[in-house]
Design a protein around this ligand. Structure first.
Ligand code: ATP
Ligand code: MG
Length: 282
């Protein structure tokens, strides 16, 4: 059974439909990344799966239950990083983690979680005085402290400094090694590439691609060949780079020309993402 099953998911705000019928599955033990531009519908989707927002249509199953009606047993099995954090400003970091640990049947040691997210020095600081990135690290800690089987991480590393991001990546990969399932959203393509077993790209409330990072790269993997000729940049895109390059270099050699600044470049996940989410007419 899939950890998450989504079929024909729809959601409107007022008259405006923002999810137009999504279908996807997340398998147990997999890290699944939901990507898409601002306003594409990621948070709406994730919060419906968490049971925080209602849906208008479609079928959703999370750990075998409908999150729209599931009770406290369900809540104890999931961990959440909301896009905007909801913590008490007057508690300290340790107190906050201990409070949340108390909501779960088999929590992790809050002291260990403090170390996992790198807040050792802020342990006794009140949440109010934390920097943006420190607060975000606490949010990640709150998702971890219940030791849940399924984690929803909505932009978990936004505002992290590079070292903190690497550490968070290690933590998330560690969760996968423990067999946990993770659904995350991110605007960092490197993060998606590093962490995701599979990913889905959402655009205006519709999924435009789903697959492993490698599948998305191969399916959209037109190779770019660039060089300069007569003072002008030439850019060729091809699915047959070997043949095109061979012809180019053969002609150049025959003519005694140099292909100035010759470059062969494979698209990155970011290139593929930008191509798939491009607005019409741009
Ligand atoms: N409570 C709400 N009331 C009305 N419209 C909303 C509400 N929440 C979200 N929307 C709209 O729904 C659309 C999807 O929003 P959502 O927050 O799901 O996007 P997102 O993909 O998470 O974007 P971001 O990358 O900026 O976090 C947006 O157009 C947004 O304006
Ligand atoms: Mg969002």
């Amino acid at each position: 059974m899939s950890a998450i099953e989504v079929r024909g998911l729809r959601r409107s705000y007022g008259q405006r439909e923002v999810l137009h019928g999504l279908d996807f599955d997340v398998e147990p033990g997999e890290v699944f990344a939901l990507l898409g531009p601002n306003g594409a519908g990621k948070t709406t989707t994730v919060e419906i799966l968490e049971g925080y927002r209602e849906r208008d249509g479609g079928r959703v199953t999370v750990l075998g239950e409908d999150p729209g009606v599931a009770g406290t047993g369900f809540r104890a099995r999931i961990g959440i990083v909301l896009q905007s954090s909801a913590v008490y400003p007057s508690l300290t970091v340790s107190e906050t983690l201990e409070l949340f640990a108390g909501y779960y049947p088999r929590p992790r040691d809050p002291g260990e979680v403090v170390r996992l997210v790198g807040l050792e020095e802020e342990r006794d600081a009140r949440v109010r005085i934390l920097s943006g990135g420190q607060l975000r690290r606490l949010d990640l800690g709150l998702a971890l402290v219940g030791d849940p089987e399924l984690l929803f991480l909505d932009e978990p590393t936004t505002g992290f400094d590079p070292a903190a991001r690497r550490r968070a990546w290690d933590t998330i990969l560690g969760l996968r090694e423990l067999g946990k399932t993770v659904l995350l959203t991110t605007h960092y393509m490197e993060e998606a590439q590093r962490l995701a077993d599979r990913l889905a790209i959402l655009r205006d409330g519709r999924l435009v691609a789903t697959g492993t990072p490698q599948e998305l790269l191969s399916a959209n993997g037109t190779v770019e060949i660039r060089f300069r000729r007569g003072g002008e940049d030439v850019v060729l895109r091809t699915d047959e780079p070997t043949r095109v390059l061979h012809e180019l270099t053969r002609e150049a050699l025959a003519a005694g020309d140099e292909l100035d600044e010759l470059e062969v470049r494979r698209p990155t996940l970011e290139d593929v993402y930008l191509e798939l989410t491009r607005e019409e007419g741009t």
